[in-house]
Structures are given as C-alpha cells and as structure tokens.
Design a protein around this ligand. Structure first.
Ligand code: PLP
Length: 425
C-alpha cells in the first residue's frame, strides 16, 4: 500500500529535521572525526593543577606510571582488547587476559594478609567497593550454604557507606552498631545486637573513612566466641589501611593469622597509586567453592566473580607497580605517610587547633576551617557533636608533603588571627 500524500510530507520533514540536527552536531565537532585537542589539553592542565592541592581524599596522587605507558605504547597492546573474565586460577577458554599477572599480584599479597599459597583465592578488583561486594556476597552465600538461614550483617555505623549500600543491593538484613567518638565500633553494643540464632556476617572497618578508626577485632572476636552464633563470616574492609599497614610494624592488624578473617578488600588507587580505580580482594578457595557456581558453559564453567568482564589492564598495572616499587619501596612510603601525619597533627596542636588522629592512622581530622581553605584543598567535611560540631580531615598520602602541610596550617593560622581567635577546644 502506498503512503498517503500527507504522510509522505511528514516523512520528508522528519528527514530534513534529522539532517539539520546532524549538521549542528558536526559543526560543533561532535561527530566530525576531529578531536578537539585544545579542549582536552585545557582539561588535562586543570587536573594537574587540582592534583597539587587535593588532600581531603585517600588517593595517592604519585601514580608514577610513565614507564608502564612507554612500554604499553611500544608493545602496541592498545591495539588489542583483553578481558580478565573468569577465574584467574582456572584456565578459561578465552586466553586474551592477564590472569598470570593477576595471580602473581594475589600471590604477592597473600602472605602479607596471612593467607597461605595453597588456600588463597583472589582477584584484582575494580575498587574497594567491588572487593567489599565480593566479600559480602561470598560471606552471605557461605553462611546460607552452611545453615539454610539468611544471615544478619553487622557493621559499625562509621563504616564506609558502600557496606550499607551493598547490604541494600544484596537484600541483607543490616544491623548498624554504634561507634564511639574516635570512630570505633562500640563492642558492648555489638554484643547486645548479635543474634546467635542467625548466621553472622561481620564486617570489620579497618580504617573508617572519616576518622581512620580501626575496629577492635580481638574484642569483636571475643564476643563472637562468647555468644557463639550458629555460623560466622568475617570480612575486613581495609580499603586504605590494608594498603600501608602490611608495610609497617603493625602488619598484624591485617594478618588473619593474628585475628582470623575470611576475606579482605583493599583499594589499589589509594595507597599504591594508580591513574584509575582498582583494588584487590582475597579470600580462600574453600569460601569460593561454597558460592553458587551458576555453571557457565561458554566460559568453561569458571566464573565465580559477580562481574563477568573484568579489567585486564589494571591487573597488569598492579603487577608492574609491585615489581617497580617492591616491599622496600612500599615500606618507605608507609613510613613517610605516618611520619607526615604525625607532623600535621603536631603542627595543628602547636597553634592550638583542635585535632585528632587514630592509632596507626594517616587520617588527621580537626575542627573545620573556613570555607576558603576547605575549597582550596578539597577537604572532606563531617559533623560530630561529641567533638564540637563541624570537622574536616586530611588524608596524608604520599603526595601530601610537609610543604603542602605547612601551607594549610599557615592558612588556618591566618584565619585564627583574622578572627582574633586563640586556642579553643
Ligand atoms: C573504609 C573505606 N571502604 C571502602 C571505600 C570504597 O573504596 P573505593 O573508592 O575503592 O570503592 C572507601 C573509600 O574511601 C573507604 O574509605
């Protein structure tokens, strides 16, 4: 059947409008095939400028990947699409991955967190949140497999919001446990909340996001032993502290041979310094074997991960970073960030500015300075009435030098004198 004349007119008008819109896009360079390099350069310059004074978030800005990218360009790997889909410990059907390097990254970290080579299972993740997601998922599945009862997830109210979000996503019952003014879970509150008739998925905050507090694992463990829930899984969220603690004399805090845990998640871009988010997640083979395999024939039955496609390049970068820096290099960096955190705390105390720092922590939190300082240095704000109200923090990463610290402290000093303030706590 032919179209009615008025329909034909409509089609011609529609086509003309499309051509007109396409022309507009092309004239702005959107689809023209030309890269607006000037715009990109302006953007890159802005990022480099911001990098010099962003101290409010736990990201090591000394990424130091120039040699990696030089090798990457010379190897022409940018012409290849790789994907770490599957279980790095089981050979898959698709060989275009970096599983061999991913396994070496896991092997490097296994002894640092107290896993033996034979028992460990791990992956390079997209982020700390991705690691928490796997820890909570594996934990919940293992507990259900053991008891056929849905678990309850227990975590401190000061733990990272990802735990709360993931409990939501995984439809887990969540019990938030009160924290004290330093940010640690109040263990007597945990004891009150713990229901021994249900399996317990306990998430330990190994360095809370704002105050850098470390939950007392030994005390939490004593409560578990006393109340004996029908089954327990312990996941450690060590996004930031899990990066540097193994390279200090306090490595025992993240070593499951000291205080037992089933899995641990650490961010890669925080302590280790990368140009994109990534992380590591470690658990045991026995935990992985208790998850639902959802046998995936087309991938050789080997996909225990939540995500199908996984980044192959980040595993390669992590491997590169470990080779390049080595244990000695990480030890030096860990020492430096702790010593600079002590320095910042001391300098703020000297001018009588209220300041706090948790044990072994590189997170220094203090009375919130004026907006100008907050905005200039990208300081993260928080509120706690127990500590006088408005707070801010600096996470002393490798790029937060004493020079940067001196600059911030002197700006706070200027604010104090402008307002005629002296000490106040
Ligand atoms: C304690 C803690 N857990 C988890 C996360 C989330 O890590 P990521 O940003 O790598 O997903 C953060 C981020 O700051 C954190 O501080």
């Amino acid at each position: 059947m032919g179209k009615k004349p008025e329909n034909k007119v409509l089609t011609i008008i529609q086509a003309a409008v499309c051509v007109f819109i396409l022309n507009i896009f092309c004239s702005f360079g959107v689809f023209s095939g030309e890269i607006p390099v000037e715009r990109l350069n302006k953007f890159a310059k802005q990022m480099h400028e911001l990098q010099k004074r962003m101290v409010g978030y736990p990201v090591n800005q000394n990424t130091d990947l120039k040699e990696f990218y030089e090798w990457y360009l010379s190897s022409k790997l940018y012409e290849v699409s790789m994907n770490n889909v599957g279980d790095p410990q089981k050979p898959g059907i698709i060989g275009m991955n970096t599983h061999e390097f991913e396994n070496e990254v896991v092997d490097f970290f296994a002894p640092l967190y107290g896993f033996s080579k034979g028992e460990v299972w791990g992956i390079v993740t997209m982020s700390g949140t991705d690691g928490n997601s796997h820890g909570m998922y594996f934990g919940a599945r293992q507990l259900f497999a053991q008891t056929k009862i849905q678990p309850v997830c227990y975590v401190s109210e000061e733990a990272h919001y990802s735990i709360k979000r993931l409990a939501d996503v995984q439809n887990l019952e969540l019990k938030l446990i009160k924290a004290d003014a330093t940010g640690k879970m109040i263990v007597s509150e945990f004891e009150k909340a713990l229901d021994p008739s249900r399996p317990a998925l306990v998430v330990i905050a190994m360095g809370t996001t704002f105050k850098g507090a470390i939950d007392n694992q030994a005390e939490i463990d004593a409560v578990i032993r006393k109340k004996k829930p029908i089954a327990v899984y312990r996941h450690v969220d060590a996004a930031l502290f899990g990066g540097y603690l193994p390279f200090t004399e306090y490595g025992n805090f993240v070593n499951r041979k000291t205080v037992y845990f089933d899995s641990i998640a650490v961010s890669g871009h925080k302590f280790f310094g990368f140009d994109e988010p990534m992380g590591i997640f470690l658990t045991t083979k026995s935990t992985v074997n208790q998850t639902n395999p959802f046998n995936v024939a087309y991938l050789n039955q080997a996909v225990p991960t939540i995500t199908c496609s996984r980044n192959a390049l980040s595993a390669l970068k992590f491997w590169w970073k470990i080779k390049k820096t080595g244990i000695r290099g990480f030890e030096e960096q860990a020492k430096m960030i702790i010593s600079n955190s002590e320095y910042l705390e001391k300098e703020l105390k000297k001018i009588n500015w209220p300041v706090w720092r948790g044990e072994h922590s590189n997170t220094v939190y203090f009375k919130r300075p004026d907006k100008a300082v907050i905005e200039k240095y990208g300081l993260a704000p928080e509120f706690d009435a127990r500590l006088g109200g408005n707070l801010a923090h600096i996470v002393v990463m490798q790029n937060v030098s004493r020079e940067v610290i001196d600059g911030i402290v002197s700006e706070i000093k200027v604010q104090m004198s402008e307002r005629g303030l002296s000490a106040q706590r």
